[in-house]
Design a protein around this ligand. Structure first.
Ligand code: SPV
Ligand code: MG
Length: 291
């Protein structure tokens, strides 16, 4: 179910801002599409969490790849694949980019942390960054590995997350742009948009910026667009958080009430799941071919 939606390259090169929602499995990918987002964020955080694991490079490249392929199979939206550190050095990055492109991704995000990485939003996390030249080589390798020129290589700068300050963040962003990155993802865990807005104001590069405003939710889409430099806004973990919210609430209600009678009103009917499973199609096939 590929390539029926507007390509990310199209949105970005026309000065638009793609709204990208996280997913962790084919069902959430489908719901992202139905809700009207422009693309799916194949989030490492979400997929790790869905496996009950911490987002610290425990999940393998092939697990991520298989999951992304399953999502691509059930959705026509472009997929922005979170490939963490690229699973190694420039050699590994080349292999990873080729695999994700072939599996149907429209973009990859590569972060400048050392492998194994530690999830960015954790308080007091160990945030080891690669030296700039080493990561620059990895971005160049990624650019050299793509076959479709519209496939986006997004370089993610973790300098603010690592507490290294804006000057280093800008230096890294410039180096990755020079390496051929199509966009720069600048991440922050500050609870207000100040740090990000200061970076954006100072950014004089020619490639657009990507933000993930989980920690600073005051950054609405309108506020992000007003900067004129943001080409993509990623909602980083709202699918898994919505799922956990829903399950916690419903499970608690069933335990408290000793049954499912009242909870039935609060959850989607089974028929909605049938719809999402394409049971109509199964019925059509049965009618046509079963004899
Ligand atoms: C993810 O969703 O996997 C991300 C964003 O990389 S964050 O978890 O905020 O680092
Ligand atoms: Mg991630």
């Amino acid at each position: 179910m590929r390539n029926t939606s507007k390509s990310l390259r199209e949105i970005i090169s026309s000065g638009g801002m793609a709204r990208v929602m996280a997913a962790h499995d084919p069902m959430s990918a489908r719901l992202v599409e139905e809700a009207g987002f422009d693309a799916i964020w194949a989030s490492g955080f979400e997929f790790s969490a869905a496996l009950g694991l911490a987002d610290v490079s425990l999940v393998s490249m092939t697990q991520h790849l298989d999951n992304m392929r399953r999502m691509a199979d059930r959705s026509s939206l472009p997929i922005v694949a979170d490939i963490d550190t690229g699973y190694g050095n420039a050699v590994n990055v080349i292999h990873t980019v080729k695999q994700f492109e072939a599996a149907g991704a429209s973009a990859v995000v590569i972060e400048d942390k050392a492998f194994p990485k530690v999830t960015s939003l954790i308080a007091g996390g160990r945030q080891d960054l690669l030296p700039i030249p080493e990561n620059q080589g990895k971005i160049e390798a990624a650019v050299s590995a793509r076959s479709d020129p519209d496939f986006l290589i997004i370089a993610r700068v973790e300098a603010l997350i690592a507490g290294r300050g804006e000057a280093e963040a800008l230096e890294r962003a410039r180096a990755y742009e020079a390496a051929g990155a199509d966009m720069i993802l600048i991440h922050s865990k500050q609870e207000t948009p100040d740090e990000i807005e200061s970076f954006i104001a100072t950014w004089s590069g020619s490639v657009p910026i990507v933000i993930v405003p989980t920690a600073y939710p005051q950054m609405t889409e309108a506020r992000a667009r007003a900067h004129g430099k943001i080409g993509m806004l990623i909602y980083g973990n709202h699918a898994i958080r919505a799922a956990v919210t829903g399950m916690q609430k419903v499970f608690a209600q069933i335990i408290a009430e000793g049954g499912i009678e009242t909870v039935n009103e609060e959850i989607v009917p089974v028929s909605e799941i049938f719809r999402l499973q394409d049971m109509d199609e199964v019925k059509r096939i049965e009618k046509r071919f079963l004899r």
